[in-house]
Design a protein around this ligand. Structure first.
Ligand code: SF4
Length: 81
């Protein structure tokens, strides 16, 4: 399950164009357990809201810098596609 919007908050999923590729960073709320590991490692990118991870500033996401991001989530809720 993928949730792209909750209320008027920023999207949990967004697309970023990198060269000729579209990159999507996504949090799967069906898998996210709200453990906080992502927010602890990348506090400029994630925070916990309502017991789920939230992308707080997607402009800070850089594919080349953050391509290992999915590995920090023990529940495999973060994907980059
Ligand atoms: S590390 Fe994964 S399970 Fe934990 S809060 Fe972040 S997205 Fe959710």
């Amino acid at each position: 399950m993928s949730v792209t919007r909750r209320g008027d908050s920023p999207p949990a999923s967004f697309h970023q164009r990198k060269g000729s590729h579209n990159v999507t960073l996504n949090i799967d709320y069906g898998l996210c357990a709200g453990c906080g590991a992502c927010a602890e490692v990348y506090p400029t990118l994630f925070e916990i809201r309502d017991d789920k991870a939230w992308i707080i500033d997607y402009t800070k996401f850089r594919f080349e810098e953050h391509k290992d991001l999915p590995t920090i989530c023990p529940y495999r809720a973060i994907t980059i596609e």
